[in-house]
Write a protein that binds this ligand. Structure first.
Ligand SMILES: [Cu+2]
Length: 558
């Protein structure tokens, strides 16, 4: 497991591995990039302080390159961790779970915010608190100064790094995350994750609070890497969804796939060659210094790694002004690596421990007729529907039926779904046995397939004894009498026969009497139809149907 290259939920890895991850991050503060702090482009910056220098010097937020640029950043960070401890992976915090109240792989409570892992979470009464150890002693912030915000030198520490976990906003709900993952194309996904949509990424930053809640300072808190590994994991899950090869194709990934976005050029996630986003140009759009949100396009080089802005960026890539030169990708080291967001090393997702998203389904059961005599058959149908707006794949595979009281399913209690589009169904016949009169719950279970989650559903079937069925017929006759269709004598004549039949249904009595009474009743009803007293439809209600007299007769072995 350790050393297999897979990024996992931080709660699921061993204490030993969490300790090693912490130690590797601490070790980043002891390794320095080349040069002296006083060089024109400062050198001597620790691997750890480099992260804030990169993040704050580029501001890749609320623009098309947000997801790919942050993927590149955390991939590079993970590579640094592996320079120190080759077996490590950059694990993630699942932001639908409270990081102070997790369950570890042994079933014990786990709080990520302790002085031997991520430091403090929140101060008394929901106040800001220093992140503290293990970071403070290791020089991640504080000390005698001078401090970075005063000197502007990335080799100097920040004065203070704080948190306020769980105070500003609540946790992200699984439902919000499901909506994100159901996004039909990159533009929608990007809008849900960051920016103009529900901004789950921004909410997660706010949830942790303090330094991490401000894009200027968020990469001073080591927890940001667990958060951004989760951002990237969700992006990877969405890309890996079955049936969407375009999400793994550098030429297709960033384009809007639906027509709802008026073509991809008009969108945040579009494949852009110009600087200003569509609409009214904003003076901030092309300037890192003027604004926290310059418009980094998909064609923009990934800075600062691509090298100084005035050489790496061209008219063809679009030009963002005032990109800070960062060593070793600037002079005198000049270790530039030119890539943009379409590079396969950026488009292809890293390995995470979560499977691609499966589409949720719902299962509806209905039985026709919904009321049935014991021993008679009703057809029960299970319909499984794909609830995923982004997928029209038809659910497939078996559905299994069961009943809360005895009865028989034919041809079998399970069958295979058939259908087209987003839903499929399967039907079986159910015959409740003699002891099952009353409400019987018919339940169907679908276990899912390679692309769908399972679901269950049920429906209540009303199972009648012949006596109960005949009592319903008596009630109907009462209705016909009060409506003036039948007079008192006619109604009474029918009811007497039914009462007599009911009295003789019991096995200890003569069932032939019951059958004779019911046969006489059928003749009488038909005579009322011939003489125009009852309409054929009224007669059919009394005699026919699953709970009518004829069905009751069929259920009595005469
Ligand atoms: Cu972030």
């Amino acid at each position: 497991m350790l050393g297999d290259g897979i990024r996992r939920n931080i709660a699921s890895v061993s204490k030993e591995e969490r300790d090693r991850l912490r130690d590797a991050i601490l070790a980043l503060q002891t390794r320095l990039f080349p040069g002296a702090k006083t060089d024109p482009i400062p050198g001597g910056v620790s691997y750890w302080f480099k992260q804030d220098e990169i993040h704050d010097g580029t501001h890749v937020h609320v623009c098309p390159a947000f997801l790919p640029w942050h993927r590149e950043l955390i991939n590079r960070f993970e590579a640094m961790l592996r320079e120190i401890d080759p077996d490590l992976s950059l694990h993630y915090w699942d932001w639908t779970t409270d990081p102070r109240a997790l369950t570890d792989s042994d079933g014990n409570p786990l709080d990520l915010f302790t002085s031997d892992f991520m430091g403090n979470a929140v101060g008394p009464g929901g106040t800001l608190i220093e992140i503290g150890d293990p970071w403070k002693t290791a020089g991640f912030y504080g000390g005698p100064g001078p401090y970075r915000d005063t000197t502007g030198n990335p080799a100097d520490p920040p004065e203070l790094v704080q948190r306020r976990v769980g105070v500003n906003v609540g946790l992200i709900s699984p439902a919000d995350q499901q909506t994100l993952l159901a996004s039909p194309d990159f533009v929608s996904f990007d809008d849900q994750m960051e920016g103009s949509g529900v901004d789950l990424h921004g909410r997660a930053h706010e949830y942790i609070g303090g330094a991490i809640g401000d894009p200027h300072t968020s990469f001073r808190d080591p927890f940001v890497f667990l958060l951004h590994s989760n951002v990237d994991r969700l992006f990877a899950m969405w890309q890996n969804e079955p049936g969407h090869p375009e999400r793994l194709d550098p030429a297709q990934l960033y384009k809007a796939q639906s027509t709802g976005h008026n073509g991809y050029e008009n969108t945040k996630g579009g494949d852009r060659t110009t600087i200003d986003p569509p609409g009214t140009p904003n003076p901030c759009d092309d300037d890192v210094q003027a604004c926290l949100q310059p418009w980094w396009g998909i064609l923009s080089p990934l800075e600062p790694w691509a090298g100084p802005g005035d050489t790496a960026q061209t008219a063809a890539t679009g030009i963002i002004k005032n990109v800070k030169s960062v060593r070793p990708w600037a002079s005198p080291d000049n270790q530039q690596i030119f890539k943009d967001s379409r590079d396969p090393s950026v488009v292809l997702p890293p390995s995470y421990d979560t499977a691609p998203r499966l589409s949720a389904t719902s299962l509806n059961v209905s039985c026709n007729p919904p009321s049935v005599l014991v021993g008679a058959q009703t057809a029960c149908t299970a319909t499984v529907s794909n609830l995923d707006p982004a997928s029209s794949q038809t659910p497939s595979g078996p559905v299994t039926f069961s009943s809360s009281r005895p009865g028989s399913f034919t041809p079998a209690p399970s069958g295979n779904l058939t259908g087209t589009g987003g839903s499929a169904s399967c039907s079986v016949q159910f015959a409740p046995s003699g002891s099952s009169a009353g409400a019987v719950l018919i339940t169907a279970t679908y276990n899912g397939d390679a692309n769908h989650l399972g679901s269950t559903g049920s429906s209540s079937l009303n199972v009648l004894t012949p006596a109960q069925a005949l009592q319903l017929v008596i009630n109907q006759i009462g209705d016909l009498q009060s409506n003036g269709v039948l007079n008192h004598g006619q109604a009474n004549s029918l009811v007497v026969k039914l009462d007599h039949a009911i009295d003789n249904l019991d096995a200890s009595r003569n069932k032939r009497t019951a059958c004779n009474q019911l046969s006489a009743l059928v003749h009488e009803v038909n005579a009322y139809v011939s003489s125009g007293i009852l309409t054929p439809a009224q007669a059919d209600t009394l005699l026919g149907g699953p709970t009518g007299v004829l069905a009751a007769m069929a259920a009595i072995p005469c």
